[in-house]
Design a protein around this ligand. Sequence first.
Ligand code: SF4
Ligand code: SF4
Length: 410
Amino acid sequence: MNRREFLKSALTVAVPGSVTRIVAQEGSNGDHFSEEGDRQIARRRYKDTEMTLPLLGFGLMRLPQKNGKVDYPTAEAMVAKAMKAGCNYFDTAYMYHNGESEKFVGQALSKYPRDSYFLVSKMPIVMMNSEADNARIFNEQLARMRAGHFDFYFLHWLNAAHWEKAQRIKTLEFMKKMQSEGKIRRLGFSFHGEPEILKKIAEAYPWDLVQIQLNYLDWELCRSGEQYGVLTELGIPVSIMEPLKGGTLVSLTPEAKKVFEQANPDVSIASWGLRYAASLPNVQVVLSGMSAPDQLEDNLKTFSPFKPLTDAERQTVAEALMAYRKSGAVPCTGCKYCSPCPAGVDIPRNLALHNQVKGGVPLFHAKLVYDAMGEEERASNCVHCGVCRKKCPQQINIPQFMAEITEEFR
Ligand code: SF4
Ligand code: SF4
């Protein structure tokens, strides 16, 4: 099957067929502290090595919060539970929780042997201005995480502009130097953009792992399917972020949820999205930004044992997607990369209210919340400068939606 045929079939049936490289229950890094009888999640072999990574990775972008701060006791208990189940791949970044995520994971993992987990972080190209920033930020990260080295280290949030900047400030050269010094094991990047740019970056270096956003909504919308195809053709394993689109594919709409519930009332809505991503054979790890113990519990269940989607289940996903699209909801993940708006508009909140209405919340209920927001935070305060639009990884036409929401809540 050539690339065009592959992508066409993937789009038609939602995901390609069987997974051939799952190594369920196989021991690796996490074996020595698991106890007999513990539920262990499925693992997948990394390339042709003996190393396996868990199919479910712990994303640390949405940690549990208490009084506006990371809730350490709850989050540490979640890490302990994840480790016990073999979910030992932890993905953080300099920017997550304004640096608290890296600090937290440094503390939480310090009690485990260093070879019992995989630690991943990222260089925040968007926040950097000069070559000197490479060492300054990297050393800060090493100190925060106290782990000695990163198992994978990524250029964060690449697109055409950020790749150009990374080259200008020689970040990849710096990362290669750190690798030669043993501070990084493997190199990669996370990406938000068009497949054409992805191909250009992916061909520029023999990357070990690349992180893209992929889920059943974005397969076409953000051309994730094409991105997956580009990386697969180049033989680069894929890490998946936003498999549930920041929770969008959990809340969905009543109609879309009904499709899933009718197909199988015994599994969670989230499990469909995670299985969709993990069913792709070149996917190495699927990240879930778990922010509560029940989410972790449910995800562990989904991956122990992991079952790829059947043809009938792919059809169910396609039907749910069709129902969701009809609602007119905006695919906002709540990531806040668009913020702050120079005019003070609370963009994610306005979009969330709009989505609530599309999901069946009565307009007057949502309007009560809208009217209670500060005047400058409301969509009506948008001056259509377009600044936010360039920053949104989901390519949402934010100014247009602000105009629509203004009318909706007038
Ligand atoms: S387009 Fe509107 S919402 Fe976006 S940054 Fe400008 S004023 Fe803010
Ligand atoms: S509008 Fe875009 S950038 Fe802003 S929170 Fe939503 S998905 Fe993120």
